[in-house]
Design a protein around this ligand. Structure first.
Ligand SMILES: C[S@@+](CC[C@H](N)C(=O)[O-])C[C@H]1O[C@@H](n2cnc3c(N)ncnc32)[C@H](O)[C@@H]1O
Length: 263
């Protein structure tokens, strides 16, 4: 029987009030940021977690998951283990994680620190990592802004990926878009000189905004000699949101900028 076909005779056991949803899994709002007055790039939502996602969260979170509590600075070499110095790329907003898992499989010598607030996606990505024997993914739960601000050492990242961030199309919501000058100010010092910042979007006005703010920022330079969008790199798989955008006839733009040595 599929998980969605649960009958009234097999009800989900109810959880006493105040009990954590996943005792060994991600914490709800680990940094307490719901009480900050800061504008966030995501909408807190409570989504249904399937049985297999819940199982992955319970079993694999202690091994491969971390809460963004804003209370400690991460040692990325330690986080990815093995004693070696794996290059580490941060992916912000992995959604259900299919593209993340694909990129991890394609490049096992790079660690991917994948962050999202979406609990079903966290379970899904952990399950994908286990089923595909991927040991180079760590799943971070919480707001990427707090991760960058409080928990990542200077010049610790070899790359940053932001694929199909929420477009926030209404004018009154534009301030929620993640790619803004303030965000770039925060991200730039955590990137090693020469590291790539790779963004993609299917929302034309957001693509224009990304190009404007990235071009204007002194810590980044466009990899494209003409100063425009990049051809879609072969290493970026189709993402779930991208597929939905393409079905609607949207045009996808990739932006590939390099962290400069100055600033
Ligand atoms: C539109 S979805 C795209 C998901 C995926 N990259 C794709 O292309 O299918 C954007 C994701 O970013 C996440 N997100 C937005 N702002 C975030 C933040 N500040 N920290 C962590 N995740 C964030 C959302 O929860 C959502 O899952």
């Amino acid at each position: 029987m599929s998980e969605s076909a649960a009958t009234p005779s097999s009800p989900r056991p109810s959880r006493p009030k105040g009990e954590p949803r996943f005792p060994d899994g991600p914490s709800p709002d680990p940094a307490g940021s719901h009480f900050e007055r800061r504008i966030r790039s995501f909408q807190p939502r409570r989504s249904r977690v399937t049985t297999s996602q819940a199982d992955a969260l319970q079993r694999l979170w202690p091994k491969w998951g971390l809460d963004i509590d804003g209370q400690r600075v991460l040692d990325l070499a330690d986080l990815f283990g093995g004693g070696g110095e794996l290059p580490v790329v941060l992916e912000i907003g992995f959604g259900m994680g299919e593209a993340t898992a694909q990129m991890a499989a394609d490049d096992p010598d790079t660690g991917i620190l994948a962050v999202d607030v979406h609990t079903p996606g966290q379970g899904n990505l952990l399950g994908l990592a286990e089923r595909n024997d991927l040991t180079n993914i760590r799943v971070a739960n919480g707001d990427a802004v707090i991760l960058l601000r409080e928990m990542l050492p200077p010049a610790s990242l070899d790359g940053l990926r932001v694929y199909f961030p929420d477009p926030w199309p209404k004018a009154r919501h534009h301030k929620r878009r993640i790619i803004q000058p303030d965000f770039l100010d925060l991200a730039a010092p955590r990137l090693k000189p020469g590291a790539l910042l790779h963004c993609a979007t299917d929302w034309e006005p957001y693509a224009e905004q990304m190009l404007d703010v990235l071009t204007a920022h002194p810590a980044f330079e466009n990899t494209q000699a003409d100063g425009g969008y990049a051809p879609r790199p072969s290493f970026r798989p189709l993402t779930r949101f991208e597929g939905q955008g393409l079905d609607k006839g949207h045009v996808v733009h990739d932006l590939l900028f390099r962290r400069t040595t100055g600033e």
